[in-house]
Design a protein around this ligand. Sequence first.
Ligand code: GLA
Length: 383
Amino acid sequence: MAEIKEEFKKRFGKNPDKIFFSPGRINLIGEHIDYNGGRVMPCAISLGTYLAVSKNTDKALRFHCLNFPETAELHLQNSYSRSGKEWFNYPLGVIDYIIGQDHSISGLDMLFSGNLPIGAGLSSSASIEVLTAYALSQLFQLNIPGLEIALLSKKVENEFIGVNCGIMDQFAVTFGQKDKAILLNCDTLEYELLPIDIGGYVLAIINTNKARTLSDSKYNERFAECGAALKALKKGIDAKHLCDIGIQSFQSHRHLINDPVLEKRALHVIAENFRVAEASKAVKSGKLKEFGQLMYDSHQSLQELYEVSGVELDTIVEFCKNYDDCLGARMTGAGFGGCAIALVRNEKLDDFTRGLTEYYKNKIGYEPTVFASDVGDGVGEVS
Ligand code: GLA
């Protein structure tokens, strides 16, 4: 906080009007089913992105960030399009959307700063999108409701950035609450907050530290495959989303798909949705061991059927399975590298970290990063 304030002063020669924070998220279970109308169970974490901001009268949008050297200065106008791959496209997309809704805003001096590993599956992009939308709403008294903030941020990711993501990340980052997981129905957007009581365990986040290449195009490929599988199944089943289909019904109609790859994708989606229902029962009744097993099952399905894991994530989960004081582990987020999560007995975290680091380094050639995560609140102003 002190650093961002000081740096803001250095760069813009004044104090910020306000500072906002938006978290990242982990997903406990329910992977790659948000865009299939399924149920997911994410929670916000205490790491995230800060924005120090003040209005200016010179009609300039100035984008600075402590994590990247690139800056941008744009004149305030009616619409923008994405320029290249730089980080500032995320807040720019949000500003473009808000201006497009006929909200009037002034110029802004913005300094972003994040402590989330970027592009590591912890929703750094949803974090910065929701942060920008929330900040604009507060600064210009736009009164944009939370649900709309989440939805518009998703729209920016889909249309301005070009990734066909579902609503999970933007929703979790907006509505997260300390020590609660969000059980979200991605079709109706109804949700329930589940207290997470993990007793003597911690949720460890393990970053593979693998650079994620091609993740956006692979993600869009899975999105398209699910659409194709649904289209084929609709010849025999009345369903709006893949997750409307039960396992029995899928088994008796899977022949309609006629493509073994698409069949695997659909099976993952339908079974994962079922696992989330089981997992929510386990969380509600404090059955951590059952929950942990469902995490392992989810990972296996993402590895074998959905094929979004990789040797790095699989190595982590393999180590966890053989570690007595770990109840469950799985990749979290889109996959293709990024992070895994694991439920590890509290007092064993150091030993777990040492063992995993050595095991992973021997196999992969470099070290992972392991840290314990707190479940935190959603976006807000920092006082
Ligand atoms: C990314 C997307 C989400 C979701 C996950 C996979 O994080 O942004 O919408 O699809 O991948 O569950």
